[in-house]
Write a protein that binds this ligand. Structure first.
Ligand SMILES: NC(=O)c1ccc[n+]([C@@H]2O[C@H](COP(=O)([O-])OP(=O)(O)OC[C@H]3O[C@@H](n4cnc5c(N)ncnc54)[C@H](O)[C@@H]3O)[C@@H](O)[C@H]2O)c1
Length: 267
């Protein structure tokens, strides 16, 4: 299904690792809606993931970039604007990684060097990316920048650990840079707060399977899938949402507005 919502638009999609990744679905939907894109991920992910496969399928160039490295990001935006034949109209930041979560450190006994690395990869990379776009003047007026986040930024979900603070920081960058981009270039910056989703990053959180079922029951519409998230991202990249900026947008089947749902207690 295509409504050509992104016809003539150019974009960069960060963070597609395999066909479960939210960014993978977003890339597919953007191209189906008429966009021309480049794809990027960390060099190590290019070796172990399946991104080249997606690039071939979508006729999209794959450019390696560690999102914590300014030179890599400058190279990515310079090359992308060359390949796409002009400035971009949209960018998706779909990056998250926590060493403390991965290595199963308790929140009360966290390694702070790893915490810094988590913030750098999962949150500061959003600022870095926007700073590079700003410096290189790489995005068109009325463009759209999106980051993916999770409700643990506002509410406590104990097993989400330091990723909660990462997401709070990420959402704050959207507001702060959203001011500058909005004022200077009418570019909007938002975050989408997505339901739990079965991906490499998502399923790495302790107790994810049980929690996925809990969130699904709590949400009147059920958990939002990665495909539904891709649809929402397309709408946010399209010209139909030009005046939405500096927002954290919940895409969670209603979870964030629930207090209690009797469905949770039913078998
Ligand atoms: N899966 C969920 O339950 C869920 C829920 C809400 C929000 N999110 C967010 O969605 C985004 C995408 O995650 P996903 O669930 O699709 O998982 P994923 O594991 O498929 O994607 C995470 C991506 O981050 C990339 N990455 C890690 N370090 C990097 C670096 N240094 N430079 C560049 N890229 C790097 C990985 O290679 C991977 O492609 C993340 O921000 C995640 O926090 C996920």
């Amino acid at each position: 299904m295509s409504n050509n919502l992104l016809a003539g638009k150019k974009g960069i999609i960060f963070g597609a690792l395999d066909d479960k990744s939210i960014a993978w679905k977003v890339a597919e939907r953007c191209v189906a809606e008429g966009a021309q894109i480049t794809l990027t991920n960390a060099p190590v992910a290019l070796r172990f993931g399946q991104l080249n496969e997606l690039g071939e399928k979508l006729n999209a160039e794959v450019i390696g970039a560690d999102a914590t490295n300014m030179e890599d990001l400058e190279n990515l935006f310079t090359k992308s604007t060359e390949i796409l034949g002009g400035k971009v109209d949209f960018v998706l930041h779909s990056i998250g990684m926590s060493l403390n979560v991965r290595k199963k450190r308790e929140y009360t006994n966290i390694k702070h060097e790893w915490m810094l690395k988590t913030f750098d990869i999962s949150a500061m990379s959003f600022h870095r990316m926007m700073q590079v776009m700003w410096k290189l003047d790489a995005i068109n007026d009325w463009g759209s920048i999106l980051g993916l986040t999770y409700i643990a930024a506002q509410r406590t979900f104990p097993d989400y650990s330091e990723m909660a603070e990462s997401k709070a920081l990420l959402e704050s960058y959207a507001r702060s840079f959203g001011y500058h981009f909005g004022t200077a270039k009418k570019v909007r910056v938002n975050t989408i707060s997505q339901s739990p989703t079965w991906t490499t990053a998502g399923s790495g959180v302790k107790g994810f399977d049980k929690f996925f079922g809990y969130a699904d029951k709590m949400s009147p519409l059920g958990n939002a899938s990665a495909e539904a998230c891709a649809d929402y991202c397309v709408s946010m990249f399209s010209d139909l949402t030009k005046m939405v900026t500096m927002q954290n947008l919940f895409h969670d089947g209603g979870f964030s507005s629930m207090g209690m749902n009797p469905a949770v207690f039913e078998d």
